[in-house]
Write a protein that binds this ligand. Sequence first.
Ligand code: AMP
Ligand code: GLY
Length: 424
Amino acid sequence: MRVLVVGGGGREHALVWKLAQSPRVEKIYAAPGNAGIAQLAECVPISSGDIEGLLVFAKEQGIGLTFVGPEDALVKGIVDRFEAEGVRIFGPRAAAAQLEGSKAFAKDLMKKYEIPTGEYQTFTDYDNALAFVWELDERCVIKADGLAAGKGVIVADTDTEAMAAVKEMMLDRAFGAAGDKIVVEERLVGQEVSVLAFTDGRTVVPLLAAQDHKQVFDGDKGPNTGGMGAYCPAPIYTFELAQTVVPKILEATVLAMESEGCPYRGILYAGLMITEKGPKVLEFNVRFGDPEAQPLLAMLDTDLVDIAEAVIDGRLSELEIRWKPGAAVCVVAAAGGYPGSYAKGEPIEGLDTAADDDADVIVFHAGTKLEGDRVVTAGGRVLGVTAVADDIPSAISKVYEAVGKISFKDMYYRTDIGQKAIGE
Ligand code: AMP
Ligand code: GLY
């Protein structure tokens, strides 16, 4: 089978790496891909937002399965378009992808179906939003309704910060139309955990629980990034917690979407806060997380093509999904300055020796490109170095040993990825 992976970051490199291990896959294409992906797949210069271009390519090449990495293509309806032309694709349709595409949609759904989440109000009028934030006694979180590349959430420490965020989104339109509607949400306190699940619209099969590290600096300090590292399984996600999360959050959401007339198929990603009053949903994503995909796919034992087909064909209940024993940790090597401005085009050294012939160390490329025969940096998050080992402490040692062999000018990484799992 010929497979197409849409996207060009670390998550997509992990998808390509996993799909390449399937005996059912004869050739992989990636659009647009990156320098690491190019070692396993043929990269084609079509952007992930060019749905018609991707569809034409998939039809011409006889692609048997398309896997979509980023959310924007899903929200824009890539699955609807491919399905209409009879081209097999994994992921939710546009109506279902609203779970990530509109925070107000997600919050309203949770409220209607009593899925645990923070209290909130939605606003389209600037003055009303400002007055509400001004009168609020508790600290709050301001969220742009639409997609804002992970930047549309401001966790405000003071009223002044909250009001500045409302102005930035609604008046200054920092995120364009995404901020014309905003959600003002109760600020939840606790530890975060990401629980992703495969679902065919009926059966829900959770993946190992993962933990992301969103802030740029050690100790969760500094501004939010797309994610500086991740690990799985997360010990905070206990058996007892799963007894609540699976029925009351994951299965309840899939049922709710069915009742709303937009059945959900693909990966459902629940970002949870484990509060004193139990788990509450912070956000839904409609795809694999990045970098969570890197450790999760490194640990997945079952063939991803088998899973994708079972999801598409509504036979997920028939498939057993297996995981490798042990744990995986992914450390993101970023360009100094990220998530602010940073340099590009810096040559990367040590890529060949980092894994040292150890199959349990994988250097996923996130923002790289080939310049002649040299691999150079091409993004803020450059690499997602991932190691699998018997347990989290061994995976941490292994991953940092590999990271230490890699260098590029102003390379930056957190040194505490995974520490939460073993107690700080
Ligand atoms: P989201 O894109 O909604 O997950 O928000 C990004 C990050 O902002 C989350 O991973 C949390 O760290 C934080 N966040 C979002 N909503 C809340 C909330 N209600 N309370 C506290 N932190 C939040
Ligand atoms: N790492 C968080 C996300 O992919 O949304």
